[in-house]
Design a protein around this ligand. Structure first.
Ligand code: SF4
Length: 357
């Protein structure tokens, strides 16, 4: 267990990462498994549960996302959940083996006000359950990051999604730099960074390597690797599913490029066989999302996962094995006030309209 520290790393370039990605499959998996064993217990997997605390109606235009208000999808929209509802779900997840709760809200950015105050209270509530708390709320300012840290937030998720070059093909309502700015704000606190991406959106192997090169520089504590789940009504609805071989390649490469990080096998597991997932664990994945839904897309049932863990002899990781549990400061003791700031707005060139409403 440690506090966040500053270390010196050998960052790999995009070219070096691409070379790793293109290695013969057996050599790649063998190398990744060796790196994995050097830095992690290969028989332990961290389990996170994702709770969609506010669903749908998002003003952004991420081409893969059914929660974007502009696309015709059949998701059920929900306003911000109550603290008690979140607490109940967290307790259930803990009983089912999860060590981390990740709360996701379909917001462009965090706005100071009653909803953010409620989220801060959710963070305090879950930290008091002795679970790692993660939030994914969109862009945040430095003051908002500090307030989340003070409430006891353990991790903040903000995915890069893809390479900087490919990013503009999937999102037009914000720029890559906006992502980096939020990650930079998180890094000014003790909150650990969770950042990864999605494969299968039509990007090239070079794009995948370029994204990993940026992540290599950022050294996030966890890196979710998602396989696109094409959802009807989104611009990506006809996209072909990525093969398990591509997924294993991506996980192996992430493991080798960022050896100390927790590599999370995220969206897309529902379509993978248990044998395919076992290959991902062998190649260095050491975290999953549990629960039958990942925000709005299907995920394997908890019982199926537990059966797979039993078959593979995998143990769930205990909370706070990697970093210390943050201390929660109660709202009335807080020295930080809302500043009413808004993250800088950027609207790069391309305009995505999606399907007509
Ligand atoms: S991925 Fe997040 S920011 Fe993008 S549309 Fe979906 S909810 Fe909004």
């Amino acid at each position: 267990m440690k506090n966040k520290t500053t270390k010196t790393y050998n960052f790999l370039t995009k070219e070096q990462i691409l070379e790793i990605y293109n290695m013969p499959f057996m050599d790649l998996v063998y190398k990744a498994a060796a790196v994995h064993r050097k830095y992690h217990d290969p028989n332990t997997v961290q389990i996170s549960t994702l709770i969609s605390i506010k669903t749908g109606g998002c003003p952004e235009d991420c081409a893969y996302c059914p929660q974007a208000a502009r696309y015709h999808t059949d998701i059920k929209k929900n306003n911000l959940m109550s603290i008690e509802e979140v607490r109940t779900e967290a307790i259930r997840a803990k009983e089912e083996g999860s060590s981390r709760i990740c709360m996701g809200a379909a917001w462009r950015n965090v706005k100071d006000g009653s909803e953010f105050e409620k989220v801060l209270e959710m963070v305090r509530t879950i930290n008091k359950l002795d679970m790692e708390v993660c939030c994914t709320l969109g862009m945040i300012t430095e003051n908002q990051a500090k307030r989340l840290a003070e409430a006891g937030l353990y991790a903040y998720n903000h995915n890069l999604d893809s390479s900087e070059d490919y990013y503009k093909n999937i999102i037009s309502t914000r720029a890559y730099q906006d992502r980096l700015d939020t990650i930079h704000n998180i890094r000014k606190t003790n909150i650990t960074v969770c950042s990864g991406g999605i494969i299968g959106m039509g990007e090239s192997a070079e794009d995948r390597a370029a994204m990993l090169a940026v992540l290599c520089q950022l050294q996030p504590a966890s890196v979710p690797i998602n396989a696109l789940v094409p959802v009807e009504g989104t611009p990506m609805e006809t996209q072909k599913l990525v093969s398990i071989w591509e997924m294993v390649r991506m996980i192996s490469t992430a493991r080798i490029a960022i050896p100390e990080t927790q590599v999370r096998l995220s969206a897309g597991r529902k379509k993978m066989s248990k044998e395919g997932q076992a290959l991902c664990f062998l190649a260095g994945a050491n975290s999953i999302f549990a629960g039958d839904k990942l925000l709005t897309t299907p995920n394997p049932d908890v019982n199926e996962d537990m059966e797979m863990f039993k078959d593979l002899g995998l143990k769930p990781q205990k909370p706070f094995e990697k970093y210390k549990q943050p201390v929660t400061v109660e709202a009335e003791d807080s020295k930080l006030k809302p500043l009413g700031e808004k993250p800088k707005w950027s609207r790069p060139g391309r305009k995505r309209t999606g399907k007509p409403r």
